[in-house]
Design a binder for this molecule. Structure first.
Ligand code: F6R
Length: 241
């Protein structure tokens, strides 16, 4: 595991975008594993800039996203599909038919989760997986627990995540109570994983991840076992390590 500490959010975003761009340049038909939330927005802005400058090209790229609320429609402005369109896909030359986000309207959830996992395998695995980290150490929607489910699955959001995410919804009651998420094993299938963290409100999660024991009580700590994991965090997020 490699830890890169940078000054602030802008630097974190640039360093993260460079990691993704390096993979795209080396392998134009790569598979990107993408995340939503506040953390990667600056990274996506940098990638859009690089695309506009002709540095990177998304025409052969495929993407798979980590998670999606359930139930939610893709046109809901809080859905992760909507987020990805607004923050990246609408601004670059990616073929949207090759962008995959778990289906927040799936009727047969179990079959959908299996198909999502199969898709990752059929694509030959993710080349670089981008991750944010929850304040409680969650990865995707893999919340701290005694056990973690390996593959893509439906999960209940914890109260702390509902509260954290309520800032995006009209009220806490509007936050979906469930989500579809890749599991830790799905994430581990990626050849490279980058974890981004910025701000003092992530400091305890980064401390637990890097200094605590490996534990399902801090799902991010498991990422330390990945053979090619890079943690890119700013000074505030690293302040308790
Ligand atoms: C998003 C995701 C979540 C976020 C995490 C941090 O796809 O999987 O695990 O990465 O909740 O969210 P932000 O970046 O908003 O602090």
């Amino acid at each position: 595991m490699k830890v890169i500490v940078v000054k602030n959010y802008d630097e974190m975003s640039k360093v993260a975008a460079n990691h993704v761009a390096d993979v795209m340049k080396a392998k134009p038909d790569c598979v990107l594993g993408l995340a939503t939330g506040d953390t990667p927005i600056g990274m996506y802005k940098n990638l859009i800039e690089m695309y506009k400058n002709g540095e990177i090209d998304f025409s052969k790229t495929t993407s798979v996203n980590l998670d999606e609320y359930y139930p939610i429609t893709p046109d809901n402005d809080q859905s992760y599909r909507y987020f990805m369109n607004c923050n990246l896909f609408d601004h670059v030359n990616i073929d949207k038919a090759k962008t995959f986000v778990p289906d927040g309207q799936a009727k047969d959830v179990e079959a959908h989760c299996k198909a999502y996992e199969d898709r990752i395998d059929d694509l030959g695995g993710v080349d670089i997986q981008v991750l944010g980290i929850g304040r409680n150490g969650h990865i995707g929607f893999n919340e701290p627990d005694d056990e973690l489910i390996k593959g893509t699955h439906l999960t209940a959001l914890t109260q702390s995540t509902i509260e954290a995410n309520s800032r995006f919804f009209a009220s806490e009651a509007d936050v979906p109570k469930h989500a579809l998420t890749m599991g830790i094993e799905s994430v581990f299938k990626a050849r490279k994983v980058i974890v981004l963290a910025s701000g003092a409100n992530k400091a305890e999660a980064i401390r637990a991840m890097l200094k605590g024991n490996i534990s399902t009580k801090c799902p991010a700590s498991l990422i330390c076992l990945h053979p090619d994991a890079v943690i890119i965090c700013d000074e505030a997020a690293y302040s308790l390590v």
